[in-house]
Design a protein around this ligand. Structure first.
Ligand code: ADP
Ligand code: MG
Length: 162
């Protein structure tokens, strides 16, 4: 893992039932030790796969726990030391952003990045003689519209200011 300020990692989710029922073919493979992913063009067996390198690669059998420990843990640890940190999930609908960030409670290894970060932060501020203030907000940006998911009226659109 590099020491750049911005790191980009990629996670591949398993095929869903619909994709399995359609007998979809997996075109992505990964060399997770070298953080590389390979995309092959279906039907073009003579063409070499397109190759991309990231700061981290997570394939279908890797868990959010592993991802958190390798990627998010050091970032959240930095936040407890006073550095700013952002974890941002990007991808098309159905690609696994909510699964990674929010996660599921069973199995415990797939608990999301957000509850893991909360546990991490609250554990590290449980020290005697110091009071901490933790602020949280929860916003959704969808189709260029922003909604406050903790607000009383979640239909209300918030203004975008530049
Ligand atoms: N790594 C994964 N392992 C197992 N199931 C996954 C994984 N990532 C996503 N899924 C499943 O795929 C579906 C779509 O994922 P989701 O997180 O809702 O996508 P997004 O938030 O990007 O639209 C969900 O049913 C989710 O449970
Ligand atoms: Mg989602």
């Amino acid at each position: 893992m590099g020491s750049e300020a911005v790191r980009v990692v990629v996670r591949c989710r398993p095929m869903n039932d619909r994709e399995k029922a359609l007998s979809c073919k997996m075109v992505l493979s990964m060399d997770v030790h070298h953080c590389q992913c390979f995309i092959e063009k279906p039907g073009a067996t003579d063409e070499p796969p397109k190759q991309f390198t990231f700061d981290g690669t997570y394939f279908i059998d890797q868990t959010t726990e592993q991802m958190y420990n390798e990627i998010a843990y050091p970032l959240v640890e930095g936040v407890t030391e006073g550095y700013n940190g952002t974890i941002f999930a990007y991808g098309q609908t159905g690609s696994g952003k909510s699964f990674t960030m929010q996660g599921v409670s069973e199995p415990a290894t797939q608990k999301g990045v957000i509850p893991r970060a909360f546990e991490h932060i609250f554990e590290s501020i449980q020290v005697e003689n110091t009071k901490f203030l933790v602020r949280a907000s929860y916003l959704e940006i969808y189709n260029e519209e922003i909604r406050d998911l903790l607000g009383s009226d979640t239909k209300q659109r918030m203004e975008v200011r530049l």
